[in-house]
Design a protein around this ligand. Structure first.
Ligand code: IPE
Ligand code: IPE
Ligand code: MG
Length: 247
């Protein structure tokens, strides 16, 4: 396994500094499509190919966790046709890719409030989680109807409920306990966050988890984000001096 990882790792990457968790705000699908004179949905379709390709890279290079922002709690404000298209795209992709991801050892998880997504997609999500639960090559986290503020509020509610019912002591609430109530429970915080299409904001993504994450912002639109640029992003990350407040 180790030899395989090393032979597949691009030469410019340092095998001792591989990020354990990479997260991505996949932005610019609509503008990519517009630039080609295509409808926005064509950009989402093309963007799915970038996801597939990067997930494979993560698996090959030993990046244990890959998290993508697919649909935010704010994205419901888009036109209904686009929202419906996206929900169907997610369901269709999970359906068509599940066997292959499973055979590659991908473990699928979801972040976000699933109660508002279409039932058919919810069932596909459950099926993907169940089928891949024991896989270990790479954990693939897909954020659908995810908003960090909502996630934090939900965590507070659950904790408050435990305190109220006497199951938890106020003094037991610390950072480590709090993270167990987030959708990312059990995952390490992202080492590297990639945001495509040039926007320099977090758009309500993983606000707690990104506290010490290194940021890589590129003007490239998500559908054009290539494996080569992924290598450049990781190489850039490997040059950073992560001080975590120390000197
Ligand atoms: C990101 O691309 C995908 C989703 C938010 C679902 P956009 O759809 O935001 O593309 P732009 O930003 O309009 O170009
Ligand atoms: C962030 O992209 C959400 C996802 C990538 C799913 P948006 O395109 O929705 O973000 P804003 O509106 O530019 O902040
Ligand atoms: Mg956008």
């Amino acid at each position: 396994m180790t030899t395989q990882l090393i032979t597949k790792l691009p030469a410019i990457l340092d095998p001792t500094k591989i990020p354990q968790h990479v997260a991505a705000i996949m932005d610019g699908n609509g503008r990519w499509a517009k630039r080609q004179g295509l409808p926005r949905i064509a950009g989402h379709q093309q963007g799915a190919n970038t996801v597939k390709s990067l997930l494979r890279c993560c698996k090959n290079w030993g990046i244990a966790n890959f998290t993508v922002f697919a649909f935010s709690t704010e994205n419901w404000s888009r036109p209904a046709v686009e929202v419906n298209f996206l929900m169907q795209l997610f369901e269709g992709l999970l359906n068509s890719q599940l066997e292959q991801m499973h055979s590659q050892g991908v473990r699928i998880r979801f972040l976000g409030d699933r109660s508002q997504v279409p039932i058919a997609l919810q069932s596909m999500m459950d099926k993907s989680i169940d089928k891949t639960a024991d896989n270990q090559a790479v954990t693939f986290n897909i954020a659908i109807n995810y908003g960090s503020r909502n996630e934090i509020i939900q965590a507070c509610r659950s904790i408050a409920q435990k305190v109220q019912s006497g199951k938890l002591d106020l003094q037991q609430i610390d950072e480590s306990l709090f993270t167990q109530y987030l959708d990312t429970s059990g995952l390490p915080d992202p080492d590297l966050l990639i945001r495509t299409s040039g926007e320099q904001r977090l758009s309500n993504f993983l606000l707690w988890q990104l506290a010490y994450t290194e940021l890589y912002i590129t003007d490239t639109y998500w559908p054009d984000f290539s494996n080569d640029e992924f290598v450049r992003a990781i190489a850039d990350y490997q040059q950073r001096d992560r001080r975590f407040g120390k000197i």
